[in-house]
Design a protein around this ligand. Structure first.
Ligand SMILES: *[C@@H]1O[C@H](CO)[C@@H](O)[C@H](O)[C@H]1NC(C)=O
Ligand SMILES: *[C@@H]1O[C@H](CO)[C@@H](O)[C@H](O)[C@H]1NC(C)=O
Ligand SMILES: *[C@@H]1O[C@H](CO)[C@@H](O)[C@H](O)[C@H]1NC(C)=O
Ligand SMILES: *[C@@H]1O[C@H](CO)[C@@H](O)[C@H](O)[C@H]1NC(C)=O
Ligand SMILES: *[C@@H]1O[C@H](CO)[C@@H](O)[C@H](O)[C@H]1NC(C)=O
Length: 379
């Protein structure tokens, strides 16, 4: 334990000492990508797996057909795949249309948590289940390829499992759910600690199975989502200068500090691993607080919602839904110019915002890769 602590401290020091490194734009080259996560990176998994009735307005800006994404267009992961010159990812759970998994597979599903799902969870495909799915996928692929090499047209080649990028974007739903009953900072820290054990365990399992390249998104400013502001925004002392909920952003920050620690710990335990920690929180908070600088007009209003300014969000009338509110028929329609909005439906970002975030990631200004010696930011 003590020696681990020393390694940990040394790594931290290394992190700080490499601060002077010149930041270069990222160039990502991997033959395949495997992704684990929630709606932030779900490319159709929940819709395929649960027949989830996602409004058809999703996809109106880009795919123009049902894409199963919680967005008017592309997600951050779609832009990252474009940058890697790889096709968009197919969900593991997609059974129709002969999806190709040659360049990877997406296990992310909307609503997924790190914490194992139970009978009350809206989404059964929590992180542990996504890992089981991955290991089943890999075993099946290797068995099939051993019988028929031709299948490499549709399945990842064996050595791609080692060379692939393993991406993670999960935890937002755990904090979101927990904040309905956690009150003290101590409780938040305790609950986040449990999540980190599960994440670390999962990454280690993948490493032990040969995964070497890891890419971890931290969680965004949860307190700036219109749905959270609408629900928790009654107490003015809990609202910051941007209109965001202080307690939720604090919880997200605690989660991120622990996540960064766990990435370092994982690295100390896994000498051959490369890991990149991506500071999504800072990118999104910068976007929200400096929205007009980046061409956005509405930092905290939902594009597709009901209720009008400032939030245009009403929990009873989700995007695309028509409802009778005390005899008045109302519909949550999308805004006319989605590119002016950061938020799409109260919980998810617009394609325009996702593009901004991906562009910022690719500058290299918000990524930490300790083994690669780039450390542009220090928390
Ligand atoms: C980690 O990254 C370094 C630098 O890009 C690279 O030389 C090395 O091969 C990578 N390690 C693995 C296991 O891919
Ligand atoms: C907003 O932009 C200003 C000026 O570029 C910068 O100093 C500040 O850090 C930004 N805000 C956030 C939250 O990043
Ligand atoms: C409907 O009317 C009732 C009684 O006037 C009121 O308490 C409630 O808030 C109203 N609900 C909506 C959705 O306006
Ligand atoms: C969109 O534009 C039309 C025509 O200018 C206008 O009638 C409508 O109210 C606008 N919708 C929204 C949600 O702003
Ligand atoms: C990275 O951030 C610095 C400081 O804010 C800025 O000057 C620089 O232009 C950024 N680099 C890129 C590639 O955007």
């Amino acid at each position: 334990m003590a020696s681990l602590y020393i390694i940990h401290s040394l790594l931290k020091l290394a992190f700080l000492c490499s601060f002077w490194h010149i930041i270069t734009p990222l160039s990502l080259t991997y033959p395949a990508v495997f992704n684990f996560g929630d709606s932030n990176s779900d490319t159709g998994g929940l819709v395929a797996g649960k027949g989830f009735p996602l409004s058809r307005l999703n996809g109106q800006t880009y795919f123009h057909e049902f894409s199963g994404r919680f967005c008017d267009g592309r997600l951050i992961i779609d832009f990252l795949m474009e940058a890697m010159e790889l096709p968009y990812m197919n969900p593991y759970l997609e059974s129709v249309g002969s999806p190709s998994f040659q360049t990877g597979c997406n296990f992310a599903t909307g609503g997924a948590t790190v914490q194992p799902a139970n009978a009350d969870s809206m989404n059964p495909f929590s992180f542990n289940l996504q890992l089981f799915q991955f290991f089943r996928f890999k075993k099946r692929v290797l068995a099939l390829l051993s019988k028929d090499k031709e299948l490499e047209k549709y399945l990842p080649a064996e050595d791609h499992f080692k060379k692939a990028l393993y991406m993670f974007d999960i935890g937002q739903n755990d904090i979101d759910g927990a904040m309905y009953f956690l009150t003290s900072e101590k409780q938040v820290i305790d609950s986040v600690y449990k999540l980190m054990l599960d994440l670390n365990y999962g990454m280690k399992k993948l490493y032990d199975a040969g995964a070497r390249n890891f890419w971890v998104h931290n969680t965004g400013p949860l307190g700036c989502l219109p749905r959270i502001i609408a629900t928790f925004g009654k107490d003015p002392s809990n609202i910051d200068e941007h209109g965001c909920i202080v307690s939720h952003n604090k919880a997200a920050t605690i989660f991120n500090q622990k996540l960064r620690d766990i990435c370092l710990q994982f690295l100390a335990q896994s000498p051959e691993a490369n890991i990149t920690y991506v500071d999504i929180y800072s990118i999104k908070l910068n976007l929200i607080s400096n929205s007009s600088l980046y061409g956005f007009q509405k930092p905290i209003a939902a594009c597709c919602g009901y209720g009008g300014p400032p939030l245009n969000f009403d929990n009873r009338v989700p995007c695309g839904v028509t409802k009778d509110l005390n005899g008045t028929i109302v519909t949550a329609n999308p805004c006319n110019n989605t590119a002016e909005y950061i938020n799409w439906d109260g919980t998810h970002y617009t394609e325009a915002a996702n593009r901004f975030v991906a562009d910022q990631i690719l500058t290299g200004n918000y990524t930490d890769s300790p083994h690669l010696g780039t450390t542009p930011f220090v928390n």
